[in-house]
Design a binder for this molecule. Structure first.
Ligand SMILES: [Zn+2]
Ligand SMILES: [Zn+2]
Length: 280
């Protein structure tokens, strides 16, 4: 039986731990994982960094820098070879979807297409009412500061988020490898702190539409454990009801620890495995 972690990070996440990739892999083997996709944040488009990022800005350290790309790839290649008898390691990226930079993202993926086995496609940044693009999952204060109007009417914030996630699914990656849509309830990361309400009927409808497009594109869903460990969230991304809805229409759910440190590997796998479609 395949036991897969489809969403993992490395020391190239500047907001994560500096533990070496070998330690992650050894831990995954100990936990009985047979397949492991390394999905570090791909470098953000250069123009995005230049146009929006200031010195103390979250956006300049969330992803690997472009000059780290070669080293990252060689590290993944190295552990692939080193552990090949014990675990099937795949090369990947977590790719930020940014509507304005679709062309740059497309070019990046084309350049790397021979190297990529799988990707996670994620929305972490949204435009606010003034057109400034800000991260939704960096700090609660950042979310409240950039999206103060939207936070007063959270259904508007939710709609903004699902509009972007739907756009990300419709984006032409140009790749022929598995694409997973990342953590599709990330907008609820600080739900307990910000007292976010439940999704209203129109958002639920948007989620139904989103799942239909994911199915139509034959994409997978990142069934992400990270929210369980976040003090202000406490749930999987997406929540079990949405995961069940996805499974019902035949979308493949792939467990993702989204580990940024070795200790986060495998968390909540047992709780989530019922919903993971096992094709093998
Ligand atoms: Zn992510
Ligand atoms: Zn991630």
């Amino acid at each position: 039986m395949i036991k897969k972690d489809g969403h993992t990070h490395t020391q190239f996440s500047h907001h994560g731990s500096t533990e070496q990739l070998d330690m992650y892999i050894e831990r995954a083997i100990d936990l009985g994982f047979t397949e492991y996709v390394v999905t570090e944040h791909a470098p953000l488009p250069q123009q995005f960094l230049e146009e929006f990022v200031g010195p103390d800005d979250a956006r300049d350290n969330s992803a690997m820098a472009i000059d780290e790309l070669t080293f990252y790839k060689s590290e993944v290649e190295r552990v692939k070879e080193k552990f090949k008898d014990k675990i099937n390691i795949k090369s990947g990226f977590e790719v930020d979807y940014l509507k304005v930079y679709e062309t740059d993202i497309h070019s990046f993926l084309q350049r790397e297409s021979n190297w990529i086995d799988e990707i996670v496609l994620s929305v972490h940044f949204l435009p606010n009412n003034e057109g400034n693009v800000a991260p939704i999952d960096y700090e609660p204060d950042t979310l409240s500061a950039y999206f103060s109007d939207e936070c007063r009417n959270p259904q508007i914030l939710f709609k903004r988020y699902y509009d972007a996630v739907i756009q990300s699914v419709n984006f032409d990656t140009g790749l022929k490898v598995p694409v997973r849509i990342g953590h599709i309830t990330l907008i609820r990361k600080y739900q307990k702190l910000l007292h976010l309400p439940k999704f209203d009927e129109s958002i639920k409808q948007q989620i139904t539409e989103l799942l239909a497009i994911i199915k139509q594109k034959n994409y997978q869903l990142d069934f992400n454990a990270a929210g369980f460990s976040k003090p202000y969230n406490g749930e999987s991304y997406p929540t079990f009801d949405i995961a069940e809805q996805a499974k019902k229409i035949g979308i493949e759910l792939v467990y993702g620890s989204d580990a940024h440190e070795v200790n986060a590997l495998g968390l909540y796998y047992d709780e989530m495995k019922e919903l993971i479609v096992d094709k093998k």
